[in-house]
Design a protein around this ligand. Structure first.
Ligand code: HEC
Length: 125
């Protein structure tokens, strides 16, 4: 019964693929992406998420490598401070603790944008 074996094998492979895709969700940058898209991040009441103004992280690709960051409020010497300025001014949320897991995950997401930008563009033709 070769066909049964093939079916069984596909179920096993499918299951493994599914569980590894699920495990990916638990990477810091994946958690950060979820927070980035959450308008309620840190009690935000403006209805905006980070993604509203930085869709798909656009414009933040270089932020991971910077030594000084810029927001509409001015210059910041840490990325945490820049993120918190956007959290408090744009999302109308409470500033995150610089050492909190949420802050670490958001920063991991922003840093992961660089790797995406480094990849050569896929040509559709
Ligand atoms: C209302 C729009 C808005 C929202 C919402 C917003 N930002 Fe921003 N953000 C800006 C603008 C405008 C800048 C300044 C961009 C510039 O001058 O190049 C900025 C700058 C930044 C920078 C510094 C970029 C750099 O390269 O110096 C970071 C990091 C950042 N935002 C992260 C976030 C995160 C994380 C969130 C969600 C908590 C968020 N932003 C939500 C508008 C927004």
């Amino acid at each position: 019964m070769k066909i049964l074996r093939i079916i069984l094998l596909s179920v096993i492979i499918g299951g493994l693929t599914f569980s590894s895709a699920f495990a990916m969700k638990h990477l810091p940058e994946e958690r950060g992406k979820t927070l980035f898209n959450d308008p309620k991040l840190s009690g935000g009441t403006s209805g905006k998420s980070c993604n509203t103004c930085h869709p798909g992280g656009k414009g933040l690709e270089a932020a991971g490598d910077k030594k000084e960051w810029k927001t509409p409020a001015g210059k910041h010497s840490t990325m945490e401070e820049a993120v918190n300025t956007c959290v408090t001014m744009a999302l109308k949320g409470k500033a995150l603790d610089a050492n909190s897991q949420e802050m670490k995950d958001i920063i991991a997401y922003i840093k992961s944008l660089k790797t995406k930008a480094d990849k050569p563009m896929k040509k559709g033709y």
